[in-house]
Design a protein around this ligand. Structure first.
Ligand code: ADP
Ligand code: MG
Length: 675
């Protein structure tokens, strides 16, 4: 008996099933033992329909009248009638169109879900369903619920696993025994037995705790190792220059906020060390991150080091270059701009290599092969959560023995639970207060039937001398120019509505210099209303703009809406954000959240709850953040795993000796952003 044996070795598993398992990536006995149930259900607790009360419920009911309807783009609703001897109820699933074909009319299923008041009536929302006859013989037991995948029915998976119970004792411990003992963990084998074949709820809880610990331990060990590896690198120590700092701060037309001062000080202390900084500066839109970057770039220059400031788009790079010229040239710092559409690139490359260009602002062109620096001491990446491992390695190659200090800046704050785990290798500074005098932006949801009222409100702001953005959504379409078309269509319409004002349009398809010119015209106040796609989403700073309208707002994510809204409210004048819903039906939870709060940190937490970490961060990264059991918000377990990870490293134990652990930790060490 051997855990690496192929699944075809198991009695009763036919060729067809093996092929299906194979497609789901399940090849060996070990693979299947680690295929964890997503939940457990105790079907003996099924209630009669007449006894059901709001909250989580299980019913055993016959299904009929399954109907699938497609609402607006992207939304499907499946409805069914559930009935038993005592009564009937409605079940509804959102965006699970496969439910239409899953059910056989007249058959009995166990349905488990939330019974709640929704869309005008009490109903069972998004219940999971299991064919009742699959459970006939063991309905008094707690049943593990497996995800159906690649034509494999949960029932099949359950049946095969039952044959594998005798292999469980072969599962060996993959953590050091000492750790298992000191943390009072149950063994890995017991954890797998309890999760697949539980006898009671307590066993499930124990199993989940152990498996969750493992996932968090891997993640935290990876962050801890990354951190230590970073600290082994050498960097140029950039000394603190009090006089230069004072002079810079005094030259600003405003007083720094408290948190700007604290953050700048965090960075300054990092720069003084001979190990590279790896810090994230997070601050809500408009909190003033750029000036902090400007200050530290100034200090780097004074010590003879160059600074590269990288923006995600050319539009933003142009704007940063302008701001930094204003901030830094009075101090004799030479600022250069390098983007894909820079005309005399060769000249800029030469100035970079000779050291004549001291602060270089640009897009990813700044870290391509051609970009050679004289003495690069500091790299600032705007609107990114993390400098990717690959990008770091490239930088290191570029810079020889000395790694530049890295500062990432983001306006999408990282919820605390992720700071401790996924971003555990970064030091984080937070701008928690806004520049004085800012008024919270007033946000209003607007029905598409009330555009006239909306236009009057926008006009009132224009009449006061202010400016407005009108954002049109990305339209998913086979036509690559669809986005531009929708902007143009809206532009033509709005030009007529706002006749007395200069209206212009902007979208990603325009040539770079035309885009830049249009933004300059808007920034200069020549254009009063700018109809645009989300190219203005991040970073664009025009304080005189006090209105942003987002058309078809349902199409945008929560974080994105908050970013867009951040284009206004950048001065002491009252600003407005109007979110036009796609239909006049009930607005989505996302829109209600954005209407309710202007706090980016709160919204980031809500976004995390609504979508989950994998959806938000997993996709952005090379490796998947595949947490099956652990909850990043489980602070107690996170703390325990974090302490264990540090102890493991400090014990001097060799990770290479724990092959399985090593492989998994390595995967997490490579987690890196793509954008
Ligand atoms: P973000 O953090 O979103 O990148 P910016 O750096 O673009 O924000 O700053 C937004 C605006 O606030 C800019 O016009 C900037 O000059 C201004 N600003 C920055 N710090 C302060 C401050 N302490 N007091 C007043 N205005 C400030
Ligand atoms: Mg910014």
């Amino acid at each position: 008996m051997n855990l690496s044996a192929p699944l075809s070795d198991i009695k009763g598993v036919g060729e067809k099933t093996v092929a299906k398992l194979d497609r789901a990536g399940l090849k060996t006995i070990r693979d299947l033992l680690y295929y964890l149930p997503r939940d457990h259900e105790d079907f003996s607790r099924a209630q009669s329909i007449k006894d059901v009360k709001p909250g989580r419920v299980i019913v055993r009911a016959t299904v009929s009248n399954v109907k699938l309807s497609r609402k607006r783009r992207g939304l499907t609703i499946t409805e069914a009638t559930l009935s038993d001897a005592t009564g009937r109820m409605r079940a509804t699933w959102f965006n699970q169109p496969y439910r239409r074909t899953q059910f056989i009319d007249g058959k009995e299923y166990y349905f488990s879900g939330n019974f709640e008041f929704s869309y005008g009536r009490y109903q069972l929302m998004n219940p999971s369903a299991e064919l009742a006859e699959d459970h006939a013989e063991r309905s008094d037991e707690i049943t593990p619920i497996y995800r159906a995948s690649y034509d494999l029915k949960p029932k099949q998976i359950r049946a095969i696993l039952r044959n594998l119970e005798l292999y469980v004792p072969l599962v060996s411990e993959y953590l050091p025994e000492r750790l298992v003992a000191s943390e009072k963990l149950i063994s890995r084998a017991d954890a797998l037995r309890f999760i697949h074949f539980p006898e009671n709820e307590a066993q499930i809880a124990q199993a989940r705790e152990r498996l969750a610990f493992d996932e968090l331990f891997e993640l935290l060990l990876a962050s801890e190792l990354n951190k230590r590896e970073n600290n082994k690198l050498k960097a140029a120590a950039i000394p603190f220059d009090l006089a230069a700092t004072k002079e810079f701060v005094a030259s600003l037309p405003f007083k720094l906020t408290n948190s700007q001062r604290v953050a700048a000080w965090d960075i300054i202390k990092d720069l003084e060390k001979p190990t590279p900084m790896n810090r994230l500066l997070q601050g809500d839109v408009g909190s003033g991150k750029t000036v902090v970057a400007g200050l530290v770039a100034c200090l780097a220059t004074k010590s003879g080091y160059q600074t590269a400031i990288m923006a995600p788009t050319e539009v933003l790079a142009n704007q940063h270059a302008e701001t930094l010229v204003e901030l830094l040239e009075p101090f004799g710092v030479s600022v250069a701009l390098l983007t894909g559409s820079t005309k005399k690139k060769q000249l800029i490359y030469e100035r970079m290599a000779s050291g004549e260009a001291q602060v270089i602002v640009g897009t990813h062109t700044l870290i391509t092969k051609k970009a050679i620096y004289y003495k690069l001491g500091l790299v600032v990446v705007d609107e990114q959560h993390r400098f990717g491992v690959k990008q770091r390695q490239e930088l290191l190659l570029k810079c020889g023995a000395l790694m530049p200090h890295l500062l990432s800046m983001t306006a999408t704050p990282i919820p605390r639970s992720l700071q401790l785990t996924v971003f555990g290798d970064l030091d984080i500074s937070t701008l928690s207060d806004m520049p004085a005098g800012r008024k919270p932006i007033k946000t209003e949801l607007v029905s598409p039937n009330s555009l006239d009222g909306l236009h009057r409100k926008v006009e009132a702001e224009l009449a006061r001398g202010h400016q407005a953005y009108y954002v049109c959504p990305l339209i998913e379409s086979a036509d690559p120019d669809a986005e531009a078309k929708s902007v143009k269509k809206e532009y033509l319409r709005l030009k007529n509505v706002f006749k007395g004002y200069v209206v212009d349009f902007l979208h990603g398809k325009l040539p770079a210099d035309e885009k830049a010119q249009k933004l300059l015209d808007f920034a200069a106040g020549k254009t009063r209303l700018l109809v645009s796609t989300t190219v203005i989403e991040v970073g664009v700073n025009v304080p005189n703009a006090t209105v942003i309208v987002v058309a078809d707002a349902d199409k945008f994510g929560l974080a994105q809406l908050h970013q867009l809204r951040g284009r206004v409210g950048r001065s002491s004048t009252q600003s407005y954000c109007f979110l036009v819903t796609s239909t006049s039906a009930k607005p989505t939870q996302r829109l209600l959240e954005v209407e309710k709060s202007t706090d980016g940190f709160y919204l980031a937490e809500r976004d995390l709850e609504l979508r989950g970490p994998g959806e938000i961060y997993g996709r952005m990264q090379h490796g998947d953040l595949d947490l099956q059991v652990a909850k990043l918000g489980d602070t107690k377990l996170v703390a325990k795993a974090s302490r264990s990870a540090r102890l493991f490293i400090e014990s001097g134990e060799n990770l290479l000796e724990y092959k399985e652990l090593y492989a998994r930790v390595q995967k997490y060490q490579k987690l890196t952003t793509l954008n």
